[in-house]
Every structure is written in C-alpha cells, then in structure tokens.
Design a protein around this ligand. Sequence first.
Ligand code: SAH
Length: 263
Amino acid sequence: MQHRARKRFGQNFLHDPGIIARIVGAISPQPDDCMVEIGPGQGAITLRLLEALRHLHAVELDRDLIGPLTAAAGDHGALTLHQADALAFDFRSLAPSPQALRVVGNLPYNISTPILFHLLDQLGAIRDMHFMLQKEVVARMAAPPGSRTFGRLSVMVQVACKVQNLFDIGPGAFRPAPKVDSAFVRLTPLAAPPAIHHREGFEQLVAAAFSQRRKTLRNSLKKIATEEQIRAADIDLTIRPERLSPLDFVRLANHLFLQGQGD
Ligand code: SAH
C-alpha cells in the first residue's frame, strides 16, 4: 500500500509482525466481541483483528487511508469504517449494551491524552481499552501515589480504571520510527468506581493540586479551599500532591463540592 505517512495525523505505522502478534494476543479478540479500533492506518492491527472477529468498527481521520484500507480489509472480514475524528466520535453509539465496547488503538501520540479523556467520559459503554502510547504516558497513567511520575493523569485514570502496563515497544517496530519509546497498556473500568459527587469540582481540584507539584497542598489549593475545609477532610496541608492517593482526592473533592452543587 503506497501512502506517505503524515506527521500531522501522528502516523507511525506498525510493521513488525512479532509485535503485532503480541498486541493482538494481549487484546485476545473473541468472535462476538463488539470492538472499535481508533486510527487503523494501513491496517497493521486491523487485519489481524478482523480474522478473529465477526465484525469490527474502525475510526480513521485521514480520508486518503479509507479506500486502501477498505480494499485491504475485503478478504479478511467485516469492517465498518467511520471516517471521523476520534476526539468528537460518539463511541457510545457503537455499544449494543452497557459495558460492551472494547476499544483498541495505536493512538496518534500528539492527541493521545485528549482521546483518553474523551473515552473516560463514555466509560459506561466500555468493557476494556488497549492502547499503544508513548512510554512516558503509560508510566504516568500507571504510577502509584508517591512516585515521581504520579500526577493529574494518574489520578484521573485510576479513579475510573485499573491500569496494566503490559509491555514496551521500541521505535524500530514502526515506520517511520517515532522519536520516543512506546508501551502497550490495558485499561479496565473499575467494577465499583468511587462516587465523585461533583465532576467539575473534582477535575479542578486535581488540576490545581498538580499545577505546581513542588508546592504543598496549603499553597496550591489556596484558591479552591480554606485550610479549615482541607483539614476537615482529614488531609494534611503540609504534604505535596503526589502523596495523596486517587481516593484521597475523591474524598477531598466530595467534601469541598457537595452533591448537586453546580450540576
Ligand atoms: N494502527 C495503525 C496506525 C497507527 S498511526 C498501525 O498501528 O500501524 C495513528 C493513526 O491514527 C493514523 O492512521 C492516523 O491517520 C489516525 N488518526 C490521527 N488522528 C486521528 C483522529 N483524530 N481520529 C481518528 N484517527 C486519527
């Protein structure tokens, strides 16, 4: 397939058959799964998935890839291609029932975090997600409290999903080779996620706490809460944000922003 990789679409195509097999093995597609691939590109993962599934959805932004991909998929299985921007795509519309949709993709790295947040907003429809991402992004998603990389992304993902950093992949598995290392991650929505009473307030709190991560909570949360309020939630004002667990953030937010407020 002749296609010049486009940088603005974050195109780095997988070509290493061993790595592709490993990715598909980790996803473990079953014939009746309801699955959607984000950014199928030239079909490196797509064609292997199609062979295992009765049907597959894929969301691809680059118009020039639609024709070749449709042709390539022809002999492999039933593919429904949506030429669309994954950032604006309604993934819920693909799920026949709650928690049914499996989402996979070698994501364009330049927009991987916004795509993730977009999917976290639609988590009720999702069974699990498997992504190829920049290694540092996976490390931040999986980081435990107290570690250097624990931050806003860790909290936002971990209050909603179990995160499994499955394996690393070097630049040589892609064409063109990216400048960064990659990792493959599995996200499974928590069966009983903590109840967040006020979503916006929670997001504001987490963003503020990590906006200056070397500062104590007393300083970074000044604009959001009084010292009394923070103490009343049983949170130590003298620590830095990475010392709080995701559940601590939920507890503090639920304390500060009462149910129904601002909804
Ligand atoms: N899955 C393929 C391609 C990965 S490269 C492989 O592993 O080889 C990333 C893919 O995402 C490209 O095909 C790119 O065109 C597509 N893409 C980029 N931005 C997108 C967006 N906003 N929505 C959907 N697809 C996008």
